[in-house]
Ligand binder design. Structure first.
Ligand code: HEM
Length: 115
């Protein structure tokens, strides 16, 4: 998170274990602050957004994505259009239990075999 800008510095508060992202699973410091791109199906129903749950409004998540991942400032019209598209991805929603902790297990054999 933060290809085009320092998301964590802008967020301002202290870093947490969750902010380490993929490193929590691989134990490889090169994976620090790398995050899975989430599926966006039903995203309008799944606030709060991002790995830290720091954004409650979908329009704000769209603006932050453009800023920190694309280095772009969106017009209100573009935010409206992108948010309308994301709202169109809403269908049947069956929530699952939220995880209570970041993964701490050893990497899978497939990951461990990577160079
Ligand atoms: C305007 C274009 C984009 C839109 C509208 C968009 C939309 C979103 C939304 C709504 C989320 C939150 C999903 C959730 O937490 O459930 C998200 C997360 C994410 N997106 Fe984007 N995205 C855009 C561009 C990008 C690009 C270009 C990249 C990668 C180069 C990217 C990578 C990610 C990642 C890694 C996350 C998870 C971040 C985290 O958990 O902290 N996105 N995106």
């Amino acid at each position: 998170m933060g290809r085009a800008g320092d998301y964590f510095a802008a967020r301002g508060d202290a870093l947490t274990d969750a902010d380490n992202g993929r490193e929590n699973v691989t134990h490889d410091t090169r994976d620090r602050q790398w995050f899975k791109v989430p599926g966006l199906r039903n995203v309008a129903l799944t606030a709060p957004y991002f790995h830290d749950g720091s954004v409650t409004d979908l329009r704000e998540a769209v603006r932050k994505m453009a800023q920190y991942q694309l280095g772009a400032t969106l017009s209100d019209a573009d935010v409206d259009a992108l948010t309308a598209f994301l709202n169109s991805l809403t269908g049947a929603y069956r929530p699952t239990a939220a995880p209570t902790a970041v993964p701490t297990s050893a990497p899978s054999p497939a990951l461990a075999a990577q160079p």
